[in-house]
Design a protein around this ligand. Structure first.
Ligand SMILES: Cc1ncc(COP(=O)(O)O)c(C=O)c1O
Length: 340
Protein backbone atom coordinates (compact mmCIF):
# COMPACT_ATOMS: atom_id res chain seq x y z
CA UNK A 1 0.00 0.00 0.00
CA UNK A 2 1.42 3.37 -1.03
CA UNK A 3 0.40 5.59 1.86
CA UNK A 4 1.98 8.65 0.30
CA UNK A 5 -0.15 8.24 -2.83
CA UNK A 6 -3.36 7.75 -0.83
CA UNK A 7 -2.48 10.79 1.29
CA UNK A 8 -2.02 12.92 -1.81
CA UNK A 9 -4.96 11.50 -3.76
CA UNK A 10 -7.58 11.25 -1.03
CA UNK A 11 -6.79 13.51 1.91
CA UNK A 12 -7.59 17.22 1.66
CA UNK A 13 -4.40 19.22 1.22
CA UNK A 14 -3.46 22.59 2.69
CA UNK A 15 -0.70 23.38 0.18
CA UNK A 16 0.60 21.86 -3.04
CA UNK A 17 3.91 21.05 -1.35
CA UNK A 18 3.38 19.09 1.91
CA UNK A 19 6.42 17.85 3.86
CA UNK A 20 5.40 14.18 3.30
CA UNK A 21 7.40 12.63 6.12
CA UNK A 22 5.78 9.23 6.76
CA UNK A 23 5.61 9.10 10.53
CA UNK A 24 6.23 5.80 12.27
CA UNK A 25 6.62 6.95 15.85
CA UNK A 26 7.87 9.87 17.92
CA UNK A 27 9.87 10.02 21.11
CA UNK A 28 11.18 13.04 23.01
CA UNK A 29 12.56 15.53 20.49
CA UNK A 30 12.64 13.00 17.64
CA UNK A 31 10.22 11.83 14.97
CA UNK A 32 11.05 8.54 13.20
CA UNK A 33 9.84 7.77 9.69
CA UNK A 34 8.85 4.37 8.28
CA UNK A 35 12.40 3.75 7.05
CA UNK A 36 13.83 4.41 10.50
CA UNK A 37 15.20 7.85 9.62
CA UNK A 38 15.32 10.11 12.67
CA UNK A 39 14.33 13.78 12.52
CA UNK A 40 15.01 16.30 15.27
CA UNK A 41 11.62 17.95 15.71
CA UNK A 42 12.31 21.68 15.85
CA UNK A 43 8.67 22.56 15.13
CA UNK A 44 6.97 20.53 17.85
CA UNK A 45 3.79 20.17 15.81
CA UNK A 46 3.66 23.98 15.59
CA UNK A 47 4.03 24.82 19.27
CA UNK A 48 2.15 21.78 20.56
CA UNK A 49 4.58 19.13 21.86
CA UNK A 50 6.30 21.35 24.38
CA UNK A 51 6.98 18.42 26.74
CA UNK A 52 8.45 16.39 23.89
CA UNK A 53 6.76 13.41 22.26
CA UNK A 54 5.47 10.51 24.33
CA UNK A 55 5.64 12.05 27.80
CA UNK A 56 5.05 9.15 30.18
CA UNK A 57 2.83 11.07 32.60
CA UNK A 58 0.55 12.21 29.78
CA UNK A 59 0.34 8.63 28.46
CA UNK A 60 -0.47 7.28 31.93
CA UNK A 61 -3.20 9.90 32.45
CA UNK A 62 -4.74 8.92 29.12
CA UNK A 63 -4.65 5.19 29.88
CA UNK A 64 -6.28 5.78 33.27
CA UNK A 65 -9.05 7.86 31.68
CA UNK A 66 -9.66 5.33 28.86
CA UNK A 67 -10.46 2.70 31.45
CA UNK A 68 -12.95 5.00 33.22
CA UNK A 69 -15.00 6.49 30.39
CA UNK A 70 -14.87 8.33 27.07
CA UNK A 71 -17.58 10.74 25.90
CA UNK A 72 -20.65 10.65 28.12
CA UNK A 73 -22.45 13.95 27.46
CA UNK A 74 -22.08 17.29 25.66
CA UNK A 75 -20.00 19.93 27.42
CA UNK A 76 -21.57 21.67 30.38
CA UNK A 77 -24.10 19.14 31.71
CA UNK A 78 -22.39 16.37 33.66
CA UNK A 79 -19.71 16.82 36.32
CA UNK A 80 -16.67 15.07 34.85
CA UNK A 81 -13.62 14.58 37.03
CA UNK A 82 -11.11 15.19 34.23
CA UNK A 83 -12.61 18.64 33.49
CA UNK A 84 -12.77 19.54 37.18
CA UNK A 85 -9.13 18.53 37.62
CA UNK A 86 -8.13 20.61 34.59
CA UNK A 87 -9.85 23.65 36.07
CA UNK A 88 -8.03 23.13 39.41
CA UNK A 89 -4.61 22.64 37.79
CA UNK A 90 -4.98 25.52 35.33
CA UNK A 91 -6.05 27.96 38.05
CA UNK A 92 -2.81 27.20 39.92
CA UNK A 93 -1.00 28.79 36.95
CA UNK A 94 -3.34 31.76 36.45
CA UNK A 95 -3.99 35.04 38.27
CA UNK A 96 -6.93 34.81 40.70
CA UNK A 97 -9.16 37.07 38.60
CA UNK A 98 -9.22 34.52 35.74
CA UNK A 99 -11.17 31.85 37.59
CA UNK A 100 -13.48 30.57 34.82
CA UNK A 101 -12.71 28.02 32.10
CA UNK A 102 -14.74 27.16 29.01
CA UNK A 103 -13.25 24.19 27.15
CA UNK A 104 -13.47 23.81 23.36
CA UNK A 105 -11.67 21.71 20.75
CA UNK A 106 -9.14 24.03 19.12
CA UNK A 107 -7.52 27.44 19.28
CA UNK A 108 -9.74 28.95 16.62
CA UNK A 109 -12.84 27.80 18.51
CA UNK A 110 -11.56 29.53 21.64
CA UNK A 111 -11.28 32.71 19.57
CA UNK A 112 -14.81 32.27 18.18
CA UNK A 113 -16.11 31.88 21.72
CA UNK A 114 -14.17 34.97 22.82
CA UNK A 115 -15.62 37.09 19.98
CA UNK A 116 -19.14 36.06 20.96
CA UNK A 117 -18.51 36.64 24.66
CA UNK A 118 -17.15 40.16 24.04
CA UNK A 119 -20.25 41.11 22.05
CA UNK A 120 -22.85 39.51 24.32
CA UNK A 121 -21.20 40.67 27.55
CA UNK A 122 -20.70 44.31 26.56
CA UNK A 123 -23.70 44.70 24.23
CA UNK A 124 -21.31 46.34 21.73
CA UNK A 125 -20.63 45.43 18.10
CA UNK A 126 -17.14 46.67 17.22
CA UNK A 127 -13.85 44.79 17.52
CA UNK A 128 -10.25 45.93 17.36
CA UNK A 129 -7.39 43.73 16.24
CA UNK A 130 -3.78 44.21 15.15
CA UNK A 131 -1.96 44.40 11.86
CA UNK A 132 0.02 41.16 11.51
CA UNK A 133 -2.42 39.21 13.69
CA UNK A 134 -3.26 35.53 13.25
CA UNK A 135 -6.08 34.08 15.33
CA UNK A 136 -7.22 31.02 13.39
CA UNK A 137 -8.95 29.83 10.25
CA UNK A 138 -12.70 29.83 10.97
CA UNK A 139 -14.82 32.78 9.80
CA UNK A 140 -14.71 34.87 12.96
CA UNK A 141 -11.05 34.19 13.71
CA UNK A 142 -10.15 34.90 10.09
CA UNK A 143 -12.06 38.19 10.27
CA UNK A 144 -9.81 39.44 13.08
CA UNK A 145 -6.66 38.08 11.39
CA UNK A 146 -4.88 40.50 9.13
CA UNK A 147 -3.30 38.58 6.23
CA UNK A 148 -5.40 39.86 3.32
CA UNK A 149 -4.22 37.12 0.94
CA UNK A 150 -5.68 34.40 3.15
CA UNK A 151 -8.94 36.35 3.57
CA UNK A 152 -9.93 37.82 0.23
CA UNK A 153 -11.60 34.72 -1.29
CA UNK A 154 -13.73 34.15 1.79
CA UNK A 155 -15.47 37.52 2.06
CA UNK A 156 -17.90 38.64 3.33
CA UNK A 157 -16.32 38.13 6.75
CA UNK A 158 -17.36 39.82 10.02
CA UNK A 159 -17.95 43.59 9.77
CA UNK A 160 -16.92 46.36 12.22
CA UNK A 161 -13.31 45.37 12.77
CA UNK A 162 -10.47 47.86 12.91
CA UNK A 163 -6.81 46.82 12.63
CA UNK A 164 -4.38 48.94 14.60
CA UNK A 165 -0.61 49.09 14.70
CA UNK A 166 1.46 47.29 17.31
CA UNK A 167 3.53 49.61 19.52
CA UNK A 168 1.90 52.75 18.12
CA UNK A 169 0.40 54.54 21.13
CA UNK A 170 -1.69 56.85 18.88
CA UNK A 171 -3.45 53.84 17.38
CA UNK A 172 -5.00 53.13 20.79
CA UNK A 173 -7.39 56.03 20.06
CA UNK A 174 -9.34 53.56 17.90
CA UNK A 175 -10.44 51.81 21.11
CA UNK A 176 -13.64 53.55 22.22
CA UNK A 177 -16.79 53.00 24.26
CA UNK A 178 -18.22 51.26 21.18
CA UNK A 179 -15.47 48.60 21.25
CA UNK A 180 -16.62 45.20 22.53
CA UNK A 181 -13.17 43.61 22.56
CA UNK A 182 -9.54 44.16 21.63
CA UNK A 183 -7.88 41.00 20.35
CA UNK A 184 -4.14 40.64 20.56
CA UNK A 185 -1.55 37.88 20.44
CA UNK A 186 0.64 38.83 23.40
CA UNK A 187 3.53 37.95 21.09
CA UNK A 188 2.61 37.80 17.41
CA UNK A 189 3.60 34.45 15.87
CA UNK A 190 2.54 34.47 12.22
CA UNK A 191 3.93 37.99 11.81
CA UNK A 192 7.40 36.75 12.77
CA UNK A 193 7.65 37.01 16.56
CA UNK A 194 6.67 40.64 17.12
CA UNK A 195 6.98 41.63 20.76
CA UNK A 196 5.10 44.65 22.18
CA UNK A 197 6.81 47.15 24.44
CA UNK A 198 6.03 47.32 28.14
CA UNK A 199 4.79 50.89 27.72
CA UNK A 200 2.43 49.93 24.89
CA UNK A 201 0.95 47.00 26.81
CA UNK A 202 0.35 49.07 29.92
CA UNK A 203 -1.28 51.89 27.91
CA UNK A 204 -3.41 49.28 26.09
CA UNK A 205 -4.60 47.87 29.41
CA UNK A 206 -5.40 51.39 30.65
CA UNK A 207 -7.33 52.29 27.48
CA UNK A 208 -9.44 49.12 27.76
CA UNK A 209 -10.18 49.94 31.41
CA UNK A 210 -11.21 53.51 30.50
CA UNK A 211 -13.51 52.47 27.65
CA UNK A 212 -14.89 49.21 29.06
CA UNK A 213 -13.57 47.25 26.06
CA UNK A 214 -12.57 43.70 26.99
CA UNK A 215 -8.88 42.96 26.47
CA UNK A 216 -8.51 39.49 24.94
CA UNK A 217 -4.99 38.09 24.90
CA UNK A 218 -4.43 35.19 22.53
CA UNK A 219 -1.75 32.96 24.05
CA UNK A 220 -2.65 29.92 22.01
CA UNK A 221 0.88 29.88 20.65
CA UNK A 222 2.97 31.97 23.05
CA UNK A 223 1.49 30.89 26.39
CA UNK A 224 2.12 28.05 28.84
CA UNK A 225 5.82 28.40 29.55
CA UNK A 226 7.08 29.24 26.08
CA UNK A 227 8.44 32.65 27.08
CA UNK A 228 9.97 31.55 30.35
CA UNK A 229 6.88 32.47 32.38
CA UNK A 230 3.58 30.60 32.60
CA UNK A 231 1.98 33.28 30.41
CA UNK A 232 3.56 35.91 28.17
CA UNK A 233 1.36 38.67 29.67
CA UNK A 234 3.25 38.26 32.96
CA UNK A 235 6.24 39.98 31.31
CA UNK A 236 4.12 43.16 31.07
CA UNK A 237 2.59 43.21 34.56
CA UNK A 238 -0.94 43.20 33.21
CA UNK A 239 -3.84 40.75 33.35
CA UNK A 240 -6.25 40.38 30.41
CA UNK A 241 -10.03 40.21 30.75
CA UNK A 242 -10.15 37.14 28.54
CA UNK A 243 -7.40 34.69 27.65
CA UNK A 244 -7.38 32.10 24.89
CA UNK A 245 -5.22 28.97 25.06
CA UNK A 246 -4.74 25.90 22.90
CA UNK A 247 -1.91 23.97 21.24
CA UNK A 248 0.41 22.72 24.03
CA UNK A 249 -2.41 22.88 26.62
CA UNK A 250 -3.64 19.45 25.49
CA UNK A 251 -0.29 17.70 26.05
CA UNK A 252 -0.59 16.47 22.45
CA UNK A 253 -4.38 16.18 22.27
CA UNK A 254 -6.69 18.71 20.57
CA UNK A 255 -7.98 21.42 22.88
CA UNK A 256 -8.85 25.09 23.10
CA UNK A 257 -9.76 27.10 26.17
CA UNK A 258 -11.43 30.41 26.81
CA UNK A 259 -10.48 31.74 30.20
CA UNK A 260 -12.30 34.62 31.90
CA UNK A 261 -13.73 35.59 35.26
CA UNK A 262 -16.51 33.08 35.95
CA UNK A 263 -19.01 35.92 36.28
CA UNK A 264 -18.17 37.07 32.72
CA UNK A 265 -18.45 33.52 31.36
CA UNK A 266 -21.92 33.36 32.92
CA UNK A 267 -23.10 35.39 29.91
CA UNK A 268 -23.04 32.17 27.88
CA UNK A 269 -25.55 30.47 30.17
CA UNK A 270 -27.92 33.42 30.60
CA UNK A 271 -27.68 35.88 27.70
CA UNK A 272 -28.98 33.83 25.95
CA UNK A 273 -29.13 30.43 27.60
CA UNK A 274 -27.05 27.96 25.54
CA UNK A 275 -25.24 31.00 24.12
CA UNK A 276 -22.25 28.83 23.25
CA UNK A 277 -22.40 25.05 23.04
CA UNK A 278 -20.09 22.26 21.97
CA UNK A 279 -20.49 18.48 21.86
CA UNK A 280 -16.88 17.45 22.29
CA UNK A 281 -15.39 20.45 24.12
CA UNK A 282 -13.77 19.16 27.31
CA UNK A 283 -13.65 15.57 26.04
CA UNK A 284 -12.55 13.39 28.98
CA UNK A 285 -9.38 12.17 27.26
CA UNK A 286 -8.32 15.66 26.24
CA UNK A 287 -9.17 17.08 29.64
CA UNK A 288 -7.22 14.33 31.42
CA UNK A 289 -4.13 14.92 29.28
CA UNK A 290 -4.46 18.66 29.70
CA UNK A 291 -4.87 18.44 33.48
CA UNK A 292 -1.65 16.43 33.59
CA UNK A 293 0.13 18.91 31.30
CA UNK A 294 -0.77 21.76 33.69
CA UNK A 295 0.39 19.72 36.69
CA UNK A 296 3.74 19.09 34.98
CA UNK A 297 4.12 22.78 34.09
CA UNK A 298 3.31 23.84 37.64
CA UNK A 299 5.27 21.17 39.47
CA UNK A 300 8.13 19.85 37.41
CA UNK A 301 9.37 22.61 35.18
CA UNK A 302 11.36 25.27 36.95
CA UNK A 303 10.91 28.33 34.76
CA UNK A 304 13.30 30.23 37.01
CA UNK A 305 15.97 27.55 36.54
CA UNK A 306 19.54 28.83 36.21
CA UNK A 307 19.45 27.93 32.52
CA UNK A 308 15.97 29.32 32.10
CA UNK A 309 13.77 28.79 29.06
CA UNK A 310 14.25 32.50 28.34
CA UNK A 311 18.05 32.21 28.35
CA UNK A 312 17.96 29.05 26.26
CA UNK A 313 15.72 30.87 23.77
CA UNK A 314 18.15 33.80 23.62
CA UNK A 315 21.11 31.42 23.09
CA UNK A 316 19.28 29.54 20.33
CA UNK A 317 18.26 32.84 18.70
CA UNK A 318 21.82 34.20 18.56
CA UNK A 319 23.12 30.82 17.32
CA UNK A 320 20.54 30.83 14.49
CA UNK A 321 21.25 34.49 13.69
CA UNK A 322 24.98 33.87 13.33
CA UNK A 323 24.32 30.81 11.10
CA UNK A 324 21.92 32.87 9.00
CA UNK A 325 24.44 35.69 8.70
CA UNK A 326 27.10 33.22 7.47
CA UNK A 327 24.64 31.71 4.97
CA UNK A 328 23.71 35.20 3.76
CA UNK A 329 27.39 36.07 3.23
CA UNK A 330 27.85 32.87 1.17
CA UNK A 331 24.80 33.67 -0.98
CA UNK A 332 25.95 37.29 -1.46
CA UNK A 333 29.39 36.01 -2.57
CA UNK A 334 27.82 33.58 -5.11
CA UNK A 335 25.58 36.37 -6.48
CA UNK A 336 28.56 38.75 -6.80
CA UNK A 337 30.67 36.07 -8.55
CA UNK A 338 27.93 35.05 -10.98
CA UNK A 339 27.13 38.67 -11.90
CA UNK A 340 30.74 39.33 -12.95
C1 LIG B 1 -1.94 32.84 17.92
C2 LIG B 1 -2.85 31.78 17.38
N1 LIG B 1 -4.16 31.88 17.58
C3 LIG B 1 -5.01 30.94 17.12
C4 LIG B 1 -4.57 29.85 16.42
C5 LIG B 1 -5.54 28.80 15.92
O1 LIG B 1 -5.41 27.62 16.63
P1 LIG B 1 -5.91 26.23 15.99
O2 LIG B 1 -5.03 25.94 14.84
O3 LIG B 1 -5.79 25.24 17.13
O4 LIG B 1 -7.32 26.41 15.59
C6 LIG B 1 -3.19 29.71 16.17
C7 LIG B 1 -2.67 28.57 15.39
O5 LIG B 1 -1.60 28.58 14.84
C8 LIG B 1 -2.31 30.70 16.66
O6 LIG B 1 -0.99 30.62 16.46
Amino acid sequence: MDNQKIFLDHLGQTTTHPLLIEVDHADGIYIFDKKGKKYMDMIAGIAVSSLGHGNQRIKDALKKQIDKHLHVMVYGEFVQESQVQLSINLRKLLPEKLDGLYIVNSGTEAIEAAIKLCKAHTGRKELVSFKGAYHGSTNGALSISSNEKRKENFRPLLPNIEFIELNNINSLESITTRTAGVFMETIQGDAGVQIPTLNFMQKLRKKCDETGALLVLDEIQCGLGRTGKNFAFEHFNIVPDLLTLGKSLGGGLPIGALIAPQKTLATFSTNPELGHITTFGGHPLTAAASAEFCAILKGDIDLEDSISIYERGEALKSHCESKLEKAKMKVDKIITQSSR
